[in-house]
Ligand binder design. Structure first.
Ligand code: UD1
Ligand code: UDP
Length: 393
């Protein structure tokens, strides 16, 4: 375990009770960075422990937001499997929680890190705050393992920060006491608004040049990574390739997740060996958050199985094709800003074709609005936890 004493946290040596934010993957880091900043602004002593379930993709976010973890378990392994990952997180957090004794452990979302960190905190009888609580598909294996992870955290958590009214209603329906549920908006909107800027210059090598070469074309942006879609991901890629072939005025950029299973599936259908218009297709490394967010703001439409991207795209007025069978983020589908197309070629290709040919549909989807927050979610969370930790006695 690496430790970085007190960096970025001037109050660290205070005797006051403190919060320990525990996260490990890219989306958790994006969504907790604003919360850590807001807690420190209260001011509340707030430390960061990263499991490093992700390595490169986590470090990209830490760099963008200038976050320095006090504890780094550094436990990612290539092709890690869920039981082993869970066990290593539990074991890795034991000495951290024992020595740090935080007043509150803060977790986010539905990853294995979120679930295992909540369980570790529970074993140490440390209260738990859960950011992005209450999202549900109702299908145990979809998304897998996230639907179950999120439900398990709900059972363990003491404060439940729901991004939307619908998520809060899910929690109350499951018997979570209403006074423990706070509707805050999603902190991803806080993060997004912090990095999207007009006239942004992209940092990734060659990206500005590639974008310049696509001038006049409609840009499609795609991301794919979900475990339950590994089998069918090739079909979604074929749909994207067909779109490029049928619509010569389009170009596709797909920042590849670091997971080797995902990369193999993408390379098989979209890689150099596959036939097609290579100058209009860019498969690239994961982009850092500032690049990715500003790219979303530039493109014509987005095809994704990502959770976070489903929340971000509507804020930028971008129509979404969700390449999944279910979504725990139904609000944007209900508003008409996203189409739940399925994780197959048969679902995704007609959805892309419709959006590329039907201008009225495109305009309606772009104008659906954003149901996920106003950029003030982190402050609301910090206010609740501040009242709790700083109350006398
Ligand atoms: C994880 C989360 C998923 C979340 C996703 C965000 C679980 C079970 N899954 O899925 O909920 O949506 O992150 O991206 O918690 N890898 C690297 N470098 C990285 C990141 C990953 O090499 O920076 C490779 C490693 O080989 C690793 C593999 O990807 O073993 C899978 O990572 P893992 O965190 O287990 O699963 P994800 O599919 O990323
Ligand atoms: N993202 C990024 N770079 C990329 C692709 C995505 O920074 O190349 C961001 C994206 O804006 C969102 C988050 O990563 O905030 C989503 O991560 P991912 O799709 O891996 O996980 P999920 O949200 O599905 O759990």
């Amino acid at each position: 375990m690496k430790t970085f004493p007190g960096a970025e946290n001037p109050l660290h040596n205070s005797a006051a009770p403190h919060v320990l934010a525990v996260f490990g993957t890219r989306p958790e880091a994006v969504k907790l960075a604003p919360v850590v900043a807001a807690l420190r602004a209260v001011p509340l002593v707030t430390d960061v422990a990263v499991t490093a379930q992700h390595r490169e993709m986590l470090d990209q976010v830490l760099r963008v937001f200038g976050l320095a973890p006090r504890y780094d378990l550094d436990l990612m392994r290539s092709r890690q499997e869920l039981p082993d990952l869970t066990a290593r997180i539990l074991r890795g957090l034991q000495p951290v929680l024992r020595s740090a004794r935080p007043g509150i452990v803060l977790v986010q979302g539905d990853t294995t890190t979120a679930f295992a960190a909540a369980l570790a905190a529970f074993y140490h009888k440390i209260p738990i705050a859960h950011v992005e609580a209450g999202l549900r598909t109702g299908e145990k294996y979809s998304p897998w393992p996230e639907e179950a992870n999120r439900r398990l955290v709900t059972v363990l958590a003491d404060w439940h920060f729901a991004p939307t009214e619908q998520a809060a209603a899910n929690l109350r329906r499951e018997g979570v006491p209403p006074e423990r549920v706070h509707v805050t908006g999603n902190t991803v909107i806080d993060a997004l608004l912090a990095v999207v800027q007009p006239g942004y210059i992209f940092q990734a090598a060659g990206l500005e040049e590639w974008l310049a070469a696509q001038t006049g074309r409609r840009l499609l942006l795609a991301t794919l990574h979900r475990r339950e879609n590994w089998e069918t991901m090739g079909g979604v890629c074929r749909a994207l390739r067909t779109a490029l072939a049928e619509f010569p005025d389009t170009a596709l950029i797909l920042p590849m997740h670091k997971n080797p299973v995902v990369r193999a599936a993408l390379a098989e259908t979209l890689g150099p060996a596959a036939e097609g218009p290579e100058e209009r297709l860019l498969l690239c490394e994961p982009l850092d958050y500032a690049d990715f967010a500003n790219l979303m703001a530039r493109v014509y439409l987005i095809v994704t199985d990502s959770g976070g991207v489903q929340e971000e795209a509507p804020s930028l007025g971008k129509p979404l094709i969700v390449a999944r069978e279910t979504t725990e983020r139904p609000e944007i589908v209900a508003r008409g800003g996203a189409v739940l197309a399925g994780a197959t070629e048969e679902g995704v290709w007609p959805a892309i074709r419709r959006l590329l040919t039907d201008e009225a549909l495109y305009a309606r989807m772009s104008a659906a609005g954003n149901p996920y927050g106003d950029g003030q979610a982190a402050g609301r969370i910090a206010a609740v936890l501040g009242r709790e930790l700083l109350k006398p006695g």
